[in-house]
Ligand binder design. Structure first.
Ligand code: SF4
Length: 335
């Protein structure tokens, strides 16, 4: 006999806060498994702010039921940043008992009872576009308002496989290995720069001077050296067809914690910064290896200048000591 009170499949709430809806729209491009398979055989998407058929009190009652009767049985996915100004009134999920139920209240109440909490997209993970200056609604990341671990799946928007893979991992194996920013290492374990098909051009200082050219995009602002994501190998457009650099435009670092304030101007190249994780070939750094082993791109550029490999135009544009401010990583415990 089937107990109707016990869900046969894992339950998911997909809540939208301050968002453009790009992450849910991107998820619709997922394949193997696709969105249809997710909601029909893998899990039960009990609440979807964008595609759900119910509205008003019917929709809010679904959330009430999940919070009260399915504690620790659902995954809460939040898309969008959380406005905190005026007690959160800049994002209202719905009305409960005749009063506005803000996103700030909703994520705290639903998050307290969830089995896992997942931030979908850079806005939820790190604040993103909505938290950019001057940030009139005082938007913050999901983690900033929750006193529990949030699994961050950044991207503007998310690659559908980053989210589909994370959800499936949670359902089938539990929590995936996470990095210091609470991102699944499966998808964010390497820099775009180290996976890039144009890395040879970078190593040989062959740079595009404008978008549309088929060379390394570093000089015109590529943030691949400081952005952790597997875009070059996973690619986008449903069929794994392309990604920004392959489409001859620089990576703007949309999956990074610094996006977007820390990544502008998008079309100006990174200053000479220390970049942990950059692989610099020994013969490029040469005698300087012992002195600058940890300098990453700085060492590479220094080597290029000394050997005359660096394009004249890039030499002219090298910054005079300005440092890119990298947002500090999350503390242990993800508080
Ligand atoms: S700077 Fe950008 S385009 Fe150049 S190799 Fe790195 S990721 Fe690729």
């Amino acid at each position: 006999m089937v107990n109707k009170d016990v869900p046969a499949k894992p339950l998911i709430i997909w809540l939208g806060t301050n968002t453009c809806a790009g992450d849910m729209l991107s998820l619709l491009n997922a394949k193997d498994p696709g969105y249809q398979e997710l909601i029909s055989s893998i899990a039960e998407l009990r609440f979807d702010y964008l595609l759900g058929a119910s509205e008003g009190s019917d929709a809010i009652n679904v959330l009430d039921d999940l919070q009260k009767n399915h504690k620790a049985a659902y995954i809460l996915v939040v898309e969008g940043s959380i406005p905190t100004r005026s007690n959160g009134l800049y994002s209202v999920i719905g009305y409960r008992n005749g009063k506005a139920w803000t996103a700030l209240q909703a994520v705290r109440e639903l998050g307290a009872e969830a089995r896992y909490v997942v931030a979908a997209g850079t806005c939820a993970a790190f604040g993103g576009i909505y938290a950019a200056a001057p940030n009139p609604s005082k938007c913050v990341s999901l983690q900033a308002v929750l006193d529990r671990k949030v699994i961050n799946v950044p991207g503007c928007p998310i690659n559908p496989e980053w989210m589909m893979g994370t959800l499936n991992h949670l359902i089938q194996y539990g929590e995936p290995a996470l990095d210091d920013y609470s991102r699944p290492k499966l998808f964010y374990g390497e820099t775009i720069h180290n996976l890039c098909q144009r890395r040879d051009y970078f190593d040989n200082s062959i740079f595009a001077a404008k978008p549309g050219e088929p060379w390394c995009m570093y000089k015109i602002g590529c943030k691949g050296p400081v952005t952790y994501a597997d875009c070059p190998v996973r690619q986008w457009n449903g069929e794994h067809l392309s990604w920004p650099v392959k489409a001859n435009t620089p990576c703007i670092g949309c999956a990074s914690p610094e996006f977007s304030d820390g990544n502008v101007p998008f079309f100006e190249h990174l200053p000479d910064v220390k970049l942990p994780g950059i692989k610099v070939t020994a013969n490029r750094v040469g005698l300087w290896t012992g002195v600058v082993t940890a300098l990453g791109i700085g060492a590479h550029l220094m080597g290029s200048i000394l050997t005359g490999r660096l394009a004249e135009t890039l030499k002219k544009d090298l910054p005079g000591g300005s440092k890119l401010k990298i947002r500090p990583r999350l503390k242990k415990g993800h508080k």
